[in-house]
Design a protein around this ligand. Sequence first.
Ligand code: 0YR
Ligand code: MG
Length: 372
Amino acid sequence: MKITKVEPFIVHLPLTSDSISDSTHSITHWGVVGAKITTSDGRSGYGFTGTHAHLASDRLITACIRDCYAPLLIGEDASDHSRLWRKLARNPALQWVGRAGITHLALAAIDVALWDIKAKAADQPLWSYLGGARTDRVEAYNTDIGWLSFGLADLLAGAARAVEEEGFSRLKIKVGHDDPNVDIARLSAVRERVGSGVRIAIDGNGKWDLPTCMRFCASARDLDIYWFEEPLWYDDVEGHASLARGTSIPIALGEQLYTVDAFRSFISAGAVSYVQPDVTRLGGITEYIQVADLALAHRLPVVPHAGEMSQVHVHLSYWHPASTILEYIPWIKDHFEEPIDVREGVYRRPEHPGAGTTVLESSFDRYGKALA
Ligand code: 0YR
Ligand code: MG
């Protein structure tokens, strides 16, 4: 399985709504930015990171793949994956300019493509290749009904539809208004509409400061919030630890963390209860497994970021023993050979060989962007 080609790509896929906002970002497209790796025996693997579809910064990722990683990969054996990961991640030139950020997003894409090739070569879906399924049922929670940009009427209608018609029993609602009382009022209305049996998590996407979060959590005490995700700035270990000590609402975070070391800092500080790794931001599946094992060793549940936006998390959630539930945002599913499928709030187990990352040629044709 000699690597013969590494071809970067950028695809900008339109969202299912025209645009959405959380407390920090407003977006109209999701960026699927990565690489197709081809081997001498005619196999190809696909891996990608996820972006908010800004072409100039997406091109920094594909330039890193093309100019820095591809030359280190051509001629190597794809099954020498462990050594290749180190060769890329610990390459002195790259390590000097980026142990996180663009170089790490590019590494994520390469690593996922290599796992995809290996699982395809074994003719097994990734979850099976990794050791088999821990469960026959990975439950999805719905984030796509809860955007901050939705007015109250749409929020309530979406929550009711998800619960009553689509079979979800878990929802996530974005918070982060300048006046947190607006969020309290929205959450109270959703709680009243869907009843006490539905689990409601919230996501602040890192906007508020510690005193705002403290006041908010005190006001939210009676709303039975399942977790408060990214309440504070992503890298603030001590702030999250203080908040965790000061509220009974469990803290969730991890979608913005790049390394197993960052997760270790949060976990050892007691700053996180729900661990949320993302293969597309960590150094791929390889580093995700390290984080999930770390969570397991601390008996903490793993709830990866957005299963739809990184198909791979469905496989990992079926396999890794620390996994629990998985986020549902249905933006990009129709652009893959094996689309993600959620029925009655449960992810169907993937059955195609590989990591589920093979992008449809028709989607490249329609939504692909020039690399320069
Ligand atoms: C939009 N999920 C998230 C989207 C979402 C973000 O910025 O990327 O809200 O990924 O926080 O939990
Ligand atoms: Mg989030």
